[in-house]
Ligand binder design. Structure first.
Ligand SMILES: [Fe+2]
Ligand SMILES: [Fe+2]
Length: 322
């Protein structure tokens, strides 16, 4: 499908991000005008948005022997246990792990939709800023349906974070705002983005997963731009105390997003001993490196705007984000 060609447009964003990021001050003065940015993002959204219920061929056959995601992103890849697994176990595990990652994606998208809606509640709906926020919410509605539909197509149950995490996050989703809301969003969106850029190009991966990943990567590039600029605007005038509080809660949020990516039940689905598999994943240096690689852009950005540091660094290290 044509979406693959559109990926090149994301290169523009990458180049813009690479140019001239020298320290907190430059980052903090570099956010564009809020309405100008939103107007550009709205125009991009009008040119390039996808309805996954139409764009994805949900009835297509599911080829045997393909992975559910790029195996190098699998929590067991590179371990001695992975070497012992059959090809069938590897393909089953990667399908379930991809569904689990998407399940965490749905969870955070639901949180994000609520944060966005609260954020624009009192703003003038005739502004590009509010209209883009509404477009983003509409994107996320479609994404969550797309992720759920994809797992269903593979006959995989809905994986969600542990119930106590779902319940505890109610406070965050009901209260987080400003740089905390947008910083947290970046952690979730960018790690998914890094993985899905690999999934969509990888010929070893199931076609449905590749198409779903392409659609998500394309639409998320606008969200990431929006969240980064909004984060900069909102942290610019924050007091030292407020920044310290945001750093702390942001670290906790990132910890739970990253550690919720892989549900324990995916190992059971692949016929593995859950205790052994969890231990292998916990000690898997390769996986830790991938998590760090996937979070690197977010960490660099948040560090430059002064939102990484303090006690939450311990949690970020424990989650292998740092
Ligand atoms: Fe999304
Ligand atoms: Fe998003």
């Amino acid at each position: 499908m044509s979406v693959v060609h559109e990926v090149r447009k994301n290169a523009t964003r990458k180049t813009a991000e690479k140019s001239g990021s020298t320290g907190t001050q430059s980052r903090l003065t570099r956010a564009g005008d809020r309405q100008d940015t939103a107007a550009r993002l709205l125009a991009s959204s009008a040119r390039m948005s996808y309805d996954p219920l139409i764009e994805v061929d949900w009835e297509a056959d599911i080829p045997e022997g393909l992975y559910g995601m790029t195996p190098e992103w699998c929590s067991l890849y590179g371990t001695e246990l992975w070497e012992r697994m059959t090809d069938e176990q590897r393909s089953t595990l990667t399908r379930h792990e991809a569904a689990s990652i998407s399940g965490t994606g749905i969870w955070f998208e639901m949180i994000l939709m609520q944060m966005l809606l609260r954020d624009i509640y009192t703003h003038d709906p005739s502004t590009p800023h509010v209209q883009f926020a509404l477009a983003e919410i509409a994107d996320e509605c479609r994404h969550s349906t797309m992720f759920a539909r994809s797992a269903q197509r593979f006959g995989i149950p809905s994986y969600r974070p542990k119930n106590w995490i779902l319940q505890s996050a109610r406070l965050f989703k009901a209260t987080a705002s400003g740089s905390l809301a947008y910083g947290g969003t970046l952690f979730a969106e960018e790690i998914l983005d890094m993985m899905q850029r690999d999934f969509m190009r990888d010929e070893r991966v199931q076609p449905i997963t590749r198409t779903v990943s392409k659609i998500h990567v394309l639409e998320e590039s606008r969200h990431i731009k929006f969240a980064r600029e909004e984060c900069v605007r909102r942290v610019r005038n924050a007091s030292r105390f407020k920044r310290a509080r945001v750093r702390l809660v942001l670290g906790v949020t990132a910890y739970f997003v990253v550690t919720s990516l892989v549900n324990d039940k995916v190992y059971e689905a692949a016929g593995l001993d859950v205790t052994e598999a969890k231990k292998a994943a916990k000690d898997n240096r390769h996986y830790h490196d991938k998590i760090r690689e996937g979070s690197a852009k977010t960490v660099e950005f948040l560090d430059e705007v002064g939102l990484i540091g303090g006690p939450s660094k311990l949690l970020l290290r424990r989650a292998h984000v740092l």
